[in-house]
Design a protein around this ligand. Structure first.
Ligand code: ZN
Length: 429
């Protein structure tokens, strides 16, 4: 099983696209993915729509952005690298001085070859990003009163929309596993593109399989996308999602890592650790939920609490190329992506396979009328009943049979038997 096809597709077609929270780049990326999987639905929220405490932003598109010097040389050009433009830059067409231009230039002194990735979604401004080496050259070459022509041909549309993709693979049960990845970063590989590669690999792997549970895949812009998706689907998700993963930064070869859901005891947390074990991956890092930075923030918020974990190779913020032009296809490899893919695939298989019994009756059921409780209180029969009651106490939908077995100190075989009897009697499902 390989995800080579999606690695190559992403490298050639998806990587170069200018993506942002909204706009043509997101739609184009989604339609490339839809060509692979016709079941993918491309949906939208209109700009200005209120989603919880937020509003869907105006749709941003850009056709050109550059700076021309007094010798008529184009010294910065968005067409050469889309990271050169600060995301959501407002339009401008103006002649300005070196001083004014330099106020709107961003660079990283400690990474002189890298173009930083910068956005300004919620405050209106414009700017360009360049490497520190370029900055030094410009600084030497031009006098303070030199003039520059700055052109940013961008558009902020109040009547635009925010797009996202959703693909559901129906299983036998309505119980769902949610896989979420984001689609809002421009040309960077580990942070963003690797998530798309692995998620496409997962859809391809599971699409023709008989599934015990339903798989829901979403491709959304980070933060505002998950917030708006949750605002629309929360009730259904809360009823049916048993766990799942946020997939990002999963394509390099340096390490395996994951982030548990908030209380570190969810089915998804257990499944990823079991997956490392089954895949014989001995070295991995578990990040604390306090180090969160992606959509796990929304999925585990109070009131949402979908118990979503994250699976990474080198996590965002933890590798030097992060949010710069150095995060490219030199960093992510097919081998790295395949390694990440295998961990997620295995974790999903564990979640699909395992049974998480859930009570159907509030408080202890009356066992006697179901013939599950001795009507005479005989000493030796009590133990058997106690096992039923212990099982039911833990059947809250978040514990697997394996976990219940260890919680109530009974072997797995007997726990499976108890589950069968209780579900036959409509006490759990
Ligand atoms: Zn990022």
């Amino acid at each position: 099983m390989t995800i080579k096809k999606y690695y190559n597709l992403a490298k050639i077609k998806l990587f170069p696209i200018t993506r942002s929270l909204t706009g043509n780049g997101v739609r184009k990326s989604l339609s490339i993915i839809q060509k692979e999987f016709s079941k993918l639905k491309i949906k939208k929220f209109k700009s200005g729509t209120k989603v919880f405490d937020w509003n869907i932003p105006e749709e941003w598109n850009v056709s050109e952005a550059y700076v021309i010097d007094k010798y008529n040389n184009k010294i910065i050009d968005f067409k050469e690298n889309n990271l050169h433009l600060v995301g959501y830059s407002t339009p401008i067409k103006k002649s300005i001085t070196k001083k004014e231009l330099f106020k709107n230039l961003y660079y990283l002194k400690n990474q002189p070859k890298a173009i930083p990735y910068i956005t300004s979604y919620y405050k209106k401004r414009w700017g360009f990003c360049i490497s520190y080496n370029e900055y030094k050259i410009f600084n030497k070459r031009y006098f303070p009163n030199d003039k520059f022509k700055v052109v940013i041909n961008s558009n902020l549309n109040k009547k635009g929309s925010l797009n996202y993709g959703e693909l559901i693979l129906k299983g036998k049960s309505k119980k769902e596993i949610l896989i979420s990845t984001y689609i809002c970063h421009p040309s960077m590989a580990n942070d963003n593109i690797s998530g798309l590669i692995v998620t496409m690999g997962l859809i391809n792997y599971f699409k023709n399989k008989k599934l015990n549970k339903t798989l829901r895949f979403v491709f959304i812009p980070e933060t505002i996308g998950s917030i708006s998706y949750l605002s629309k689907n929360l009730k259904y998700l809360k009823e049916n999602v048993i766990g799942g993963y946020n997939i990002t930064c999963i394509g390099d070869e340096r390490q395996h890592s994951c982030m548990f859901s908030k209380y570190q005891n969810s089915p998804s947390d257990e499944a990823v650790i079991q997956a490392y074990k089954l895949l014989k991956i001995k070295r991995y890092k578990i990040y604390s939920f306090l180090e969160r930075g992606s959509d796990e923030r929304q999925y585990n918020s109070p009131g949402i609490d979908l118990k979503i974990s994250s699976i990474f190779r080198s996590k965002y913020g933890q590798y030097p190329e992060y949010h710069t032009s150095l995060d490219n296809f030199n960093l992510i490899t097919l081998k790295g992506c395949n390694g990440g893919f295998n961990v997620v695939r295995k974790s999903i298989e564990i979640l699909l396979e395992r049974i998480y019994p859930k009570y159907k009756i509030i408080c202890e059921p009356q066992m006697g009328k179901r013939g599950l409780y001795p009507t005479l209180s005989l000493k030796n029969k009590k133990k058997f009943t106690k096992n039923y009651m212990n099982f039911l106490q833990h059947a809250d939908g978040t514990n697997s049979l394996e976990k219940i077995s260890s919680l109530i100190h009974i072997d797995l075989k007997s726990v499976k038997k108890i589950n069968q009897i209780l579900s036959k009697n409509f006490l759990v499902n």
